[in-house]
Design a protein around this ligand. Structure first.
Ligand code: ZN
Length: 341
């Protein structure tokens, strides 16, 4: 109790007892309703997930801290979050990383894609797999074609610009990316792209590279969904000015009805941490509103190490300064590449 409590000037205590009680009850009811709405809203899908084979664990080595992770484990994590659908983005591209020399590289890429498809097929009502490869490799278009004809790998492709060290300032790389986009488009395969250029090698990245992607690469795939991973960043977190600048260009294009941006989607995988700063949270929220909640896909990325699991990542996401209806809209989104149940 405060000293001299009976003489306070606090307007709350000057209200008549019945009015005060009513106000407390109403405030409590609103709080409970908002809380219940938030608690009930679980995303329809986690559209950025990965599984890890024993081959991946061997490739990455013990120092990576990466453990094997199969579809049953991913399903358990989705269940804990109340999430039904999941997209397993193959990490076969890692076998083609220029940072590594891998014996029988293309055979291992095929095996990894096939293994990921087998994992998704363990839960055919809930999971789909995307095929992946380094787009600069000689086998890139061969693997795309193989995946297009293999049931379970024909939904789409995942490209990782950073891991494959694709450089959008290099016209040869852009030409190759256009070929891959055109081939995916011809086969009706969606594209998920981790657009962030290689960080370790400090490759140029920002507004200029996003502009090249928008004007020169995207026009090659006009008919299929293109999901830009991590809001054009890499996660975890989003305190990356280069990613913010790249995303700014793409968000402007969407807001200005640029026809090349018509089929763009954006996933939020691992960009909203528990300790996101208010400024970054405000930027993410403003960018979500700029592209529109209808283009934003929930994702949580690999359930490895300290990365937030689907349930915890959604709880962190719900702390963004957005309205309950906006969260509900994002939660309900299902991208067109996901098959009808
Ligand atoms: Zn990922």
């Amino acid at each position: 109790m405060r000293p001299g409590g009976g003489l306070t000037r606090d307007p709350e205590t000057r209200m008549r007892p019945t009015a005060r009680l009513l106000r407390i009850v109403l405030c409590g009811a609103v709080f409970l309703l908002v809380g219940a709405a938030r608690a009930q809203v679980a995303p329809a899908g986690d559209y950025h997930q990965h599984v890890f084979s024993t081959a991946d664990v061997a490739l990455l080595g013990p120092s990576s801290g990466i453990a094997s992770l199969d579809a049953d484990q991913v399903i358990a994590l989705l269940d804990a979050a109340g999430i039904r659908r999941g997209v397993l983005l193959s990490i076969a591209y890692m076998f083609g990383s220029p940072a590594r020399t891998v014996e029988d590289e293309y055979a291992k890429v095929r095996q990894e894609n096939d293994w990921t498809a087998v994992q998704a097929a363990r839960h055919p009502e809930r999971l789909i797999a995307f095929c992946s490869f380094n787009p600069l490799k000689a086998y890139a278009l061969i693997e795309l074609e193989r995946c297009a004809h293999r049931p379970g790998l024909d939904h789409g492709i995942k490209l990782h610009v950073g891991n494959s060290d694709v450089q959008l300032d290099d016209p040869d790389h852009v030409a190759r990316l256009r070929q891959v986009f055109a081939a995916a488009n011809a086969r009706g395969m969606a594209i998920v792209i981790h657009l962030r250029a290689n960080i370790n090698k400090r490759r140029p990245y920002g507004a200029a590279q996003a502009r090249i992607f928008l004007d020169q690469v995207l026009p090659a795939a006009p008919d299929v969904p293109v999901q830009v991973a991590h809001f054009a960043g890499s996660g975890p977190g989003y305190d990356d000015p280069a990613a913010q600048a790249a995303m700014g260009v793409l968000a402007d294009a969407v807001a200005n009805h640029d026809p090349h941006a018509r089929n763009l989607w954006f996933d939020v995988a691992s960009i909203v941490d528990r300790d996101i700063s208010p400024a970054t949270a405000a930027l993410v929220a403003a960018t979500i509103r700029q592209v529109g909640v209808g283009r934003v896909l929930y994702g949580s990325d690999a359930a490895q190490g300290g990365n937030l699991r689907p349930r915890e990542a959604w709880a962190a996401f719900l702390r963004l300064p957005l309205a309950p209806a906006e969260f509900a809209h994002i939660a309900a989104n299902v991208p067109p590449y996901f098959p009808e149940p």
